[in-house]
Design a protein around this ligand. Sequence first.
Ligand code: FES
Length: 67
Amino acid sequence: MCDEKVNRCECINKTFEQLKEFPDFETAQAKTGCGLECEGCVPYLKLMFASGETAFDIEDERLSSYQ
Ligand code: FES
């Protein structure tokens, strides 16, 4: 069983909780570089700013709206 949640940008090693301090995705990216390396966290980051949540299922069904 895999119950691991996606809760950080691995590339810059910052949690979504930390990145949520910024007002929006663009500002967080400009200030920290999150989402610029592998880009794997980008849909999760966008969903985080939209939903306010900071941990997601790897296959969260809402992700398709935030590619
Ligand atoms: S996990 Fe965020 S850019 Fe790689």
